[in-house]
Write a protein that binds this ligand. Structure first.
Ligand code: B3K
Ligand code: ZN
Length: 895
């Protein structure tokens, strides 16, 4: 059985890369579109690479019904081999290959290739979906000029879109019509897209700096136009930003965004025709929260930025995925920071990005799916669209930015495009361009060393200890790094770690920094470049003990052990000028208390100390700080992050301890929360900007704390206020915040509120997702949340077929609610196994993502660990598992 599966999904290895033996210079595609049966005609201009030995032409194809193959108009013999169509080498060096096949979009539940969603037809081709449309050289280093003719019923599919420019359109017989599109830019097949649907568009004409006019369109289903303004504004802002910061202008006359209700991920950067999950397009104040608005801004920007980093310069092979993804995440993070404006708002964004990295990527790096930013091998490439490739990849680019500076980085980007525009390249090419544009930088001096970030998996541990020598007036910092083993990588070499730091005196003032050997002090912040396993740095003219603020702005994706005491952390929490480290000090103080409670006997009461409470109160009341920052500091580290940091975790115990600390913060700061709630009401019209978002976030946190405490004391005031606010709210952020406060704490009022919310928004799919999600993510108490999820599975609005809905209920439990999921009776694991199997038959990509909820099963305490293993083994025993899910499950069980 094993052998059979391995044969179905053989391992693809980076070192086996070879250049394509054939190129496809141009393709003319015709689609006779129909949900049941679409006929695809393809006319390929093929050239053989005469520098390579003559070999058969092997075309990728999957789930296709082949009708005809002609070479230069003549029929030829062909065969099927390993899922490919093989044609023995035609004599000519250049020839025309004609293929005709049919596909069945309405049966395509994988949502890869051409599929039906709502009443429309849409494509998703990255990474290997084009081969599910027609036979092709479906690899990113084959770049082709596409001309596409679409024919379809005009009533059903009035809008017909593909990449590039519209050449012509018109009527056909039998109520049909056609549209012909041409994309002048050669592109890999993964960037191809088609849309046939009944849609309407918000349109805007804009000028780029050079004076060129562009047409921007956001297509949505009828009735959704009032939810497209933010997406359009985000698109325009992205265009302006990319020209201003990197000199990169839009290269197309027309740029289209289309919202699709059933979508496996967030969005897709097809050339000139971005397809989006509706979740990342549709928003107005009544239906979307501040978090949704924010997500739209960054996803619109991300896909738009791909037009240069991904489309103009693409990946040579899929191992290089981070070339476009890490870089484009970095670009969208920088964009969002620049949009946020003030230094404090930038800090808030950085904290948010690091939270995502540490909650998703760190566990990945510590588990069975650990892989380098540039992986070495895969079975299913879709499994490698990971937090490591995206988020850690972005951190790698950010470290380059730190090493060469803002201007140097812009110069590196310029050189990268000068060298590689129109090419399919590797991560090495990018790093080389950065280094070559900055020959005097630490990056250029240590390029090979730096590139270990691409090659070594795992999160390095950085130990830091400072010693003050009163007599010599020096302070010496000794750094030591160690990267623990990960699957397939036992011994690791030292990595280049940029350590941004400042030194604080105990009164909180910053010390001017002067390293031994320097003539004078220069500034109060530095970046030390660590290149060895251990290394020391000596600062001179240090007259007192200092508190180091290390790894400012989270200057490297490592786990820091700086040995600071609680007293030191309190200094940083009160005074650090680096927003990230100030927040981090608070998180560590909280984590220290949680760790101590976990180490104490179960029956010992968990008591939060006055020093911590006083520090939190001072921060909450500090008039000089932004509300958004306060909300982050006053939120305890998540169970997911903590579980990753602690060996042999008991999720129930962790949950109980953390909840008890929140109860105490709610009680001890009661008057402060009441003040915070009243003082952070937004009294002007709704705008999802940084300031308003912060006000609402803090007010919602305060309300949650007040309701929680009221339930403990039996006071009806705040629950009543929350219900009122839920009913009267003028925007979704406030409404959902109040609903969440009730659902999380107040069993009685939660029911009428949930019923009312459902009735009010039953026609809004994205809002219903929130309704499911809120219930599935509520803090578990006595198994009530788990029981509720079981009930919701039977709800008429629930379906496994829509990825957003499946994520709202299933992923909320298994990926985001550890205490509801990890049950002593193992019912959560049984639930997980059932759903992995149910999802896998219809949508393997979604199933394999879902399956990853148990990646870290080895880090669980007993009896969770054995029970989880049993559930994984049950899934593994299923004989016809998809290649995607099979890879995840095998890795989870591998020793
Ligand atoms: N490039 C796409 C992701 C495609 C995922 C394929 N399984 C979206 C993005 O990163 O922008
Ligand atoms: Zn991307």
């Amino acid at each position: 059985m094993m052998l059979l599966r391995e044969a179905l999904a053989p391992m693809v290895r980076r070192q086996d890369y070879s250049a394509p033996a054939y190129r496809i210079r141009a393709v003319e595609l015709t689609f006779d579109l129909d949900a049941a049966k679409t006929i695809v005609g393809s006319r390929l201009s093929v050239e053989r690479d005469t520098a390579l030995p003559v070999q058969p032409l092997r075309l990728d194809g999957e789930d296709l019904n082949l009708l005809r193959v002609l070479v230069d108009g003549q029929s030829v013999s062909f065969r099927h081999e390993n899922g490919q169509l093989v044609i023995d080498a035609p004599a000519a060096e250049a020839f025309t290959l004609e293929i005709r096949n049919t596909i069945a979009p309405e049966k395509n539940t994988q949502l890869s290739g051409l599929y039906a969603s709502g009443s429309g037809l849409f494509t998703q081709c990255e990474a290997e979906g084009f081969r599910r449309i027609t036979y092709f050289l479906d690899r990113p280093d084959v770049m082709t000029v596409f001309t596409v003719t679409l024919r379809a019923d005009k009533k059903k599919y009035p809008v017909l879109l593909s990449n590039g420019n519209l050449l012509e359109q018109g009527e056909l017989a039998n109520g049909k019509h056609f549209a012909k599109w041409h994309d002048p830019f050669p592109k890999p097949a993964y960037l191809f897209a088609v849309v046939a649907a009944d849609l309407v568009a918000r349109e805007q004409r804009v000028l780029s700096r050079s004076g060129k006019e562009h047409l921007l369109q956001v297509y949505v289903k009828r009735g959704d136009l009032d939810k497209t303004e933010h997406a359009m504004n985000s698109l325009i802002a992205s265009m302006v930003w990319d020209e201003a910061r990197f000199g990169l202008a839009l290269d197309l006359e027309r740029f289209m965004i289309v919202a699709v209700p059933d979508f496996n991920m967030g969005a897709m950067e097809n050339k000139g025709l971005n397809l989006f999950n509706t979740k990342f397009v549709l928003a107005n104040a009544a239906t979307a929260t501040d978090v949704d608005f924010d997500g739209i801004e960054s996803v619109v920007a991300h896909e738009y930025f791909h037009n240069w980093t991904g489309n103009r310069v693409t990946c040579r092979d899929w191992f290089q995925l981070s070339l476009k993804e890490g870089l484009t995440v970095f670009r969208d993070q920088e964009f969002s920071m620049d949009m946020a404006g003030s230094p404090s708002a930038r800090g808030v964004r950085r904290i948010g990005d690091v939270r995502v990295l540490r909650e998703r990527q760190f566990p990945e790096d510590a588990g069975p799916m650990a892989h380098p930013v540039r992986p070495d091998a895969y079975q299913a490439i879709d499994n490698f669209y990971t937090a490591t490739v995206y988020e850690k990849g972005s951190e790698v680019v950010r470290m380059m930015h730190t090493l060469v500076g803002r201007e140097g980085f812009a110069a590196g980007m310029k050189l990268y495009f000068a060298r590689h525009d129109g090419q399919a390249v590797t991560c090495d090419d990018f790093a080389q361009a950065m280094a070559d544009a900055n020959p005097d930088s630490a990056l250029a001096a240590n390029l090979e060393l730096f590139k270990r970030w691409y090659a070594q998996a795992g999160t390095p541990r950085l130990q830091a200890r400072g010693v003050w020598d009163a007599e010599a007036r020096t302070w010496t910092l000794t750094l030591a790094q160690h990267n623990p083993p990960s699957p397939g990588q036992a011994d690791k070499l030292p990595q280049l770690i940029p350590v941004a730091l400042g030194l604080l005196k105990r009164d909180g003032t910053a010390l001017p920094l002067q390293l031994a050997g320097e003539a004078e002090a220069g500034g109060t912040e530095r970046v030390l470049v660590m290149t060895e396993a251990t290394q020391s740095f000596t600062f001179v003219n240090v007259d007192a003990e200092v508190v180091p603020s290390l790894l400012r702005g989270f200057s490297a994706p490592v786990v820091l052990d700086d040995g600071l005491s609680d007293a030191d952390l309190l200094v940083l929490l009160a005074h650090d000028t680096d927003a990230f480290n100030r927040w981090e000090a608070g998180q560590r103080l909280a984590a220290n208390r949680i760790r101590a409670a976990l180490a104490a006997p179960v029956e010992a009461p968990v008591v939060l100390d006055d020093a911590f409470i006083a520090a939190m109160r001072a921060l909450l009341r500090d008039a000089s700080l932004d509300a958004a920052f306060k909300e982050l500091v006053l939120t305890l580290p998540s169970e997911i992050y903590l579980a990753d940091q602690i060996e042999g975790i008991d999720p129930q115990r962790l949950h109980a301890v953390r909840e008890s600390l929140i109860d105490q913060l709610a009680a001890a700061l009661h008057a402060d929360w009441a003040w915070a709630f009243e003082a952070h009401q937004v009294k002007v019209g709704y705008k999802p900007d940084a300031w308003q978002t912060g006000q609402r976030a803090l007010a919602n946190l305060a309300l949650a704390m007040l309701v929680r405490h009221a339930v403990a004391t039996g006071d009806p005031l705040w629950p009543g206020k929350a219900y009122q606010r839920f009913k009267d709210a003028s925007n979704m952020t406030d409404r959902l915040g109040a609903l969440e406060a009730l659902v999380n704490a107040h069993a009685e009022l939660a029911e009428p509120a949930l019923a009312r919310f459902h009735a009010q928004f039953k026609g809004e799919a994205l809002v219903l997702d929130k309704w499911f999600m809120l219930q599935a993510r509520a803090p578990e108490r006595d198994g009530r949340v788990f029981a509720r999820i079981q009930q919701l599975l039977q709800h008429p609005d629930f379906t496994l077929g829509n990825p957003n809905r499946a994520r709202a209920l299933l992923f909320s439990l298994t990926h985001f609610n550890p205490a509801a999921f990890h049950r002593l009776d193992a019912a959560g694991y049984a639930f997980w196994a059932d759903k992995v199997l149910a999802l896998d038959t219809a949508n393997p990509q979604l199933a394999s993502r879902y399956a990853r909820a148990l990646d870290r099963w080895r880090n669980l305490a007993e009896p969770y660990r054995s029970a989880a293993r049993e559930a994984i083994a049950r899934v593994a025993a299923k004989p016809d598992l998809s290649g995607d899910t099979h890879e995840i499950i095998q890795r989870a069980l591998a020793d």
